[in-house]
Unconditional design. Structure first.
Length: 199
């Protein structure tokens, strides 16, 4: 595996490492807020062992590494790059990336045989399906470009609960401007009474 570039994100404490191989299944994201969540992921465990690494977000061909404010960015970048370039995927695994059984695919379960299982808990499945389709088309690609992602946690009445991932998770602009932009988009395309809030 080769690191093709290391890119800054709008979050000053998060950097996006682009590689030449897939780090997640197509359409899947893997977000780890703490090391315990990465028990079954050797690569993520190795990254959490690097001093200063706080959270990890895997998507397509990149991983966003969020660091503590005190972390030595250059030291973390060198160690993450070395770890990524020495990583050899498990050839015996059924897929090129780990499957953790957690809700990481845009807040969906990993049950590919049941389309309704892919919807977040709570709320009208049809409305949630339309919301996720719109987010997939108009919001998630932009967030991924900045090293982040978005998980829909559920819908209660007219209130949609979301959680930011990756660089967006601790970025000040995510909690204000981006949140309002998502709400405006959903109000104009889905339901003018929808309210979007952080979970």
């Amino acid at each position: 595996m080769k690191v093709s570039s290391i890119q800054p994100t709008p979050n000053p404490n998060a950097f996006k490492f682009l590689v030449d191989q897939a780090l997640a299944k197509p359409g899947q994201t893997l977000a780890y807020a703490k090391p315990e969540q990465a028990r079954n992921d050797v690569l993520a465990q190795g990254m959490f062992a690097i001093p200063g690494v706080e959270t990890l977000f895997f998507c397509d061909n990149f991983v966003t590494v969020s660091m503590t404010a005190q972390a030595d960015w250059r030291g973390v970048a060198e160690q993450v790059t070395r770890l990524l370039e020495s990583h050899i995927p498990d050839e015996n695994a059924p897929s090129p990336v780990p499957d953790h059984g957690h809700d990481h695919h845009h807040g969906h379960d990993h049950d590919d045989d049941n389309p309704l299982a892919k919807l977040p808990k709570g709320g009208d499945p049809e409305v949630l399906g339309r919301i996720n389709a719109l987010l997939d088309d108009r919001v998630r690609p932009a967030l991924a470009g900045d090293g982040g992602g978005l998980q829909v946690m559920g819908l209660e009445g007219k209130t949609l609960f979301i959680r930011y991932q990756g660089a967006c998770g601790s970025c000040p602009s995510s909690t204000s401007g981006t949140l309002m932009a998502i709400q405006n988009l959903l109000q104009s395309e889905i339901d003018e009474e929808l309210v979007v809030t952080m979970s």
